[in-house]
Design a protein around this ligand. Sequence first.
Ligand SMILES: Nc1ncnc2c1ncn2[C@@H]1O[C@H](COP(=O)(O)OS(=O)(=O)O)[C@@H](OP(=O)(O)O)[C@H]1O
Length: 272
Amino acid sequence: MPILDRRLPRLLIIGVRKGGTRALLEMLNLHPNIAMVPVEVHFFDKFDNYQRGLDWYRSQMPLSTDAQLTVEKSPSYYVTPEVPERVYAMNPHVQLVLIVRDPVTRLLSDFAQIEASRAAQNLPNRRFQDVALLPNGEVNTQNRALHVSLYAKFLSRWLHVFPRRQLHIVDGDRLIHDPYPELQKVERFLGLDHLIRRDQFYFNATKGFYFDVDDHANYYPHHYHHKCLAGSKGRRHPQVPDEVISVLRQFFAPHNRKFFAMVGQDFHWPEQ
Ligand SMILES: Nc1ncnc2c1ncn2[C@@H]1O[C@H](COP(=O)(O)OS(=O)(=O)O)[C@@H](OP(=O)(O)O)[C@H]1O
């Protein structure tokens, strides 16, 4: 009989926010050797949680067998300065996965989420271009959401603490359109047998996403249905003039090239 216990994560999905972290976690959970933490624990990035210590963190983990690898995801880990060293202190051999997406698309997705939460607080809606650009048409570099799309900026902190071989990068744009090859790469990175099957997914053309065939509603476990898929994924992105997109693409281009050089992988995000 396998012994069930709560085990600290051996894999962390560290970000990025709106990169596809939830879909990636749920898809990986199809693997019999993976036990996912269904909620974002925010242990390493929230001081109050971190103060509770590793025993508390372990108590948040699901029951797993010793053949299973526990996975937690909290997208803000990637951008929070203290996190890499805290993670290293838990386990210097932990494996890390980062999922990235075209930074402009990510920003539009983030903006849609921020506006939805403003609307819930009865705050007025804003135009994307009024937030992302200054009145003179230049990029508003003070915008916090924009900073999250500067992937290279945060990566240096992680690579200062962890060797590159402990970090795997998933192409979030590909995960949307053809998840299977991206999942196979993660299985290889983790040294797991290829047990996730292509026929476990189907594409829902109306929603534009892949779903789990065993859960005809969507990827999310039942307690997530209303919270996640109905609400926070697949939101309509703001309609933005082409010139605004072009200004942003040009702004991100050198940062993207730096990121590609750091990770040794080119994601071919448009530069115009
Ligand atoms: N299969 C599937 N189902 C649902 N959503 C999918 C899927 N694959 C990728 N994505 C993309 O995930 C984007 C949300 O990213 P995150 O889960 O990282 O968001 S969050 O930071 O946790 O809020 C979400 O962003 P939006 O398109 O803006 O909604 C999706 O594009």
